[in-house]
Design a protein around this ligand. Sequence first.
Ligand code: BJ8
Length: 424
Amino acid sequence: MADYRQMWSDLGMDLDKHDLLCEALPDAFQGVYLSQENRPQGMDFFNFVVSEIHGVRPAELIEHQKAGGKVFGTFCVYVPDEVIFAAGGIATGLCGGSQFWVSGGEKVLPANTCPLIKASVGARLDKTCPFFRIADMYVGETTCDGKKKAWEILSAEVPVHVIDVPQMKREKDIEAFQGEILDFIKIVEDFTGNKITPEALAKSIKLINNKRKALQRLYAARKAAPVPISGKDALLVTQIAFYDDPARCAEMTNILCNELEQRIQAKEGVFPADALRILVTGTPLAIPNWKLHHIVETAGAAVVVEESCTGTRYFEQLVDESGSTIEEQVGALAERYMKTNCACFTPNPGRIDDIIRLADEYKVDGVIDVSLQFCNLYSTESYLVKQALASRDIPIMHIETDYSEQDYEQLRTRVEAFLEMLRK
Ligand code: BJ8
């Protein structure tokens, strides 16, 4: 990595602690990613992003700030990035996916909080992540109890705006969400000093849709057998999509897809054509959480699709681009965002329908339903998911895990037993 120490120091980071993180990442990435065979060349860009993960993009964000722009840190796929870009701001995902940050979060949060929240809070409080230092405002949401309280703690450090995501999807809830988006527009306009015009919003709707379309194309390629890209690599692309520049991300993903489509023509894959195909569903796998995919794929099965926020929930739905007034565009945004099926909604049959549909579309042999430890929403919903899949004879296993390596061997044993059962 190039030398970014001055930049990190200027951001008020704890350099000694941050060095420990920087030392660990290359080995982890080598072991999980670079050791894979026959990777698409189009992954080179994404490898580069990881190798410079706390350098290149943070430097771009700082340049944006020097030019008078604002940076907004987000934690959930219900936050409409379109609004932020329409005001000349930049949205960047902030979900923490490393065990490295968990202990920092545990200093202020109960131990029985999900690791994603603990890592996100720890990354900020321990001063070991430049993205958390750079963001001028955090945008939270009311999706789960742990997050709701975390925003209150974080608001002592950074301005926080919380979007009230409804808990149900009735007509009046969708209308309420439109109101939330209108409020958010006002907040973003005031914070950036830029008025959001229908023209600017139309442009940013297209920008974010184009990123979604590129990710849709990537996932479509994964329907092929043999599958032309590993689940680990596809997951990495989605993880990076949360904080990379959206236009560049779309461009690099489309370049990767050109190569994958050539591979499909040539029947070239990274697993044998008859390898087991796995759908992973559940809580998000924020970067650098690659544990489950690594276990599955080193056991010889391919993860071919993720029904999660680091998967199809992030990009499957597009925003209708035909609106020409703010009211029409906000209506289209609310419609689109309310089609996302997170377990924070009750009832949430759409997620189960999605899993069943995806299992069919991607011709999967089995489903792994993963919940981050202490995520009551997804752990509880797993009962309904299991029932629904069992009634359709789709094999499923439920896993609850965290970011640590402590359960690694136990998980590996369970996954191998599940794959063995699928092979019979
Ligand atoms: S839309 S999945 S990104 S809320 S895992 S913090 S729910 S206790 S991340 Fe999520 Fe938005 Fe839903 Fe997606 Fe809470 Fe559960 Fe932790 Fe979670």
